[in-house]
Design a protein around this ligand. Structure first.
Ligand SMILES: NC(=O)c1ccc[n+]([C@@H]2O[C@H](COP(=O)([O-])OP(=O)(O)OC[C@H]3O[C@@H](n4cnc5c(N)ncnc54)[C@H](O)[C@@H]3O)[C@@H](O)[C@H]2O)c1
Length: 261
């Protein structure tokens, strides 16, 4: 475990790559890690969004770099990770956040294409980024924090999304077991409903869902970023293979409450 003085921040000597960092939860993670001293690689499909976040971070005097990355393409992921390592010499933290939902009916209405699109983004997207990053995390005893969803722990609609996020639980367990002996930690954060742009066109659904949360509000991206920063830091140096709901108490509540009843 490397020691870090408090005034320098928990990530003062660390390089962190955050996928999906152009918006929402990923952007909040990039900001938080940067504020705590990390050099941040801001990776996103949306190059303009990634560039804006990297500019914001460098504007505070921090080190940051925007990279274009499509997590549904192994070639794109490999190229972006190689670019990050070239720029900063290695990787200490991977936050695998890129993901999202697609609109489709429940089974039997979902096609193979619906399923595969969800699995490509939400499961294989994580697999590709972890695969490309591990050779760089291993020599620095780095760590991975992936972003799942409470939808991977219970049924909140979208079977393919739910199944993809649930698969991250076992991926996390296997990766943490395989790479723990080399000092690499792997953890998974499961957010509840978080106020990002994905809810912009569904204010009624957001309000209805919020009623189900024991803590009485939806999450903010910063709520998730705080948990990610903890798990990625040396404060969590004996925590690996953990699945952490960050959900305002939702999963602990009874099923009727969870349904907003
Ligand atoms: N917002 C919520 O309520 C909520 C709840 C639970 C889990 N999550 C999860 O949190 C993560 C972030 O969600 P958000 O609400 O911040 O979404 P968002 O849309 O605000 O941000 C997602 C970012 O990912 C990027 N992205 C999309 N496809 C990509 C790809 N193929 N390659 C690289 N980048 C890509 C987008 O350009 C965007 O910048 C997702 O994995 C989502 O499933 C969100």
């Amino acid at each position: 475990m490397r020691s870090v003085t408090t005034d320098q921040g928990r990530f003062a000597d660390r390089v962190a790559l955050v996928t999906g960092a152009g918006n929402g939860i990923g952007r909040a993670c990039a900001r938080r890690l940067s504020a705590e001293g990390a050099t941040v690689v801001v990776a996103d499909l949306d190059e303009a969004a990634a560039g804006a976040v990297a500019d914001e971070l460098t504007g505070t005097g921090a080190r940051a770099l925007a990279v274009a990355m499509d997590v549904t393409s192994a070639e794109s992921v490999d190229r972006a990770v190689a670019g990050a390592v070239d720029a900063f010499g290695g990787l200490d933290v991977l936050v695998s956040c890129a993901g999202g939902t697609f609109s489709h009916p429940p089974l039997p209405g979902t096609s193979d294409e619906d399923w595969l699109a969800n699995l490509e983004l939400n499961l294989m997207g994580v697999v590709r980024v972890v695969r490309a990053s591990l050779p760089h995390l291993l020599p620095r005893r780095g760590n991975v924090v992936s972003i799942g969803s409470v939808n991977g722990l219970g049924s909140f609609g979208s079977e393919p999304y739910s199944a993809a996020k649930a698969a991250l639980v076992n991926l996390t367990a296997n990766l943490s077991t395989a790479h723990g002996p080399a000092g690499v930690r792997v953890n998974l954060v499961m957010p509840g409903t978080v106020r990002t742009r994905v809810w912009d066109d569904q204010p009624e659904s957001l309000a209805e869902l919020t009623a189900a949360y024991p803590l009485g509000r939806a999450g903010e991206p910063e709520d998730i970023a705080a948990a990610v920063a903890f798990l990625a830091s040396d404060d969590a140096s004996w925590i690996s293979g953990v699945v952490l709901p960050v959900d305002g108490g939702l999963m602990a509540a009874g099923p009727l409450r969870r349904r907003g009843a």
